[in-house]
Design a protein around this ligand. Sequence first.
Ligand SMILES: [Zn+2]
Ligand SMILES: [Zn+2]
Length: 164
Amino acid sequence: MREVRFSAPAPEGIGVELIGVPPGADIDLDLRLESVMEGVLVSGVSTVPLAGECGRCLEAVSNTLSVDLQELFAYPESESGGDDEDLARMEGDLLDLEPVLRDAVVLALPLTPLCRPDCGGLCTECGERLDDLPEDHAHDAPDPRWAALQDLSRSTSTTDNQEK
Ligand SMILES: [Zn+2]
Ligand SMILES: [Zn+2]
């Protein structure tokens, strides 16, 4: 059994629409390689940097993700698995970790990354981030059909028609 620890630059295209691993960023791998009957069992943890944008307000999001990896790499000449295309196979003495890492990371990615758990998103009226706006941010005419009514009420009363 061997333990290996190393960093490698991220390949292109690990990610989903809104968030992923920036190509070239350092990926840390902390792995155990165990020789078993059919091949080499690789297990361990990989830590990857993430960059993307908040699914609600589009603010840039960056953090790190740790994923567990486990994969059996069959010896190139081993019979196990037969023609199973999904079986990872060693190429000579080399293990291609990229597909394993890619699958693990993509599965662990949030479908909707958020800049913070209770991100308020964008104001539907003006498109500004609600988190950047005062709490009582509101627009006078939320719907054009009400605008005429509001003009009416403004001309007939001086009190503020807040609904809360
Ligand atoms: Zn956000
Ligand atoms: Zn607004």
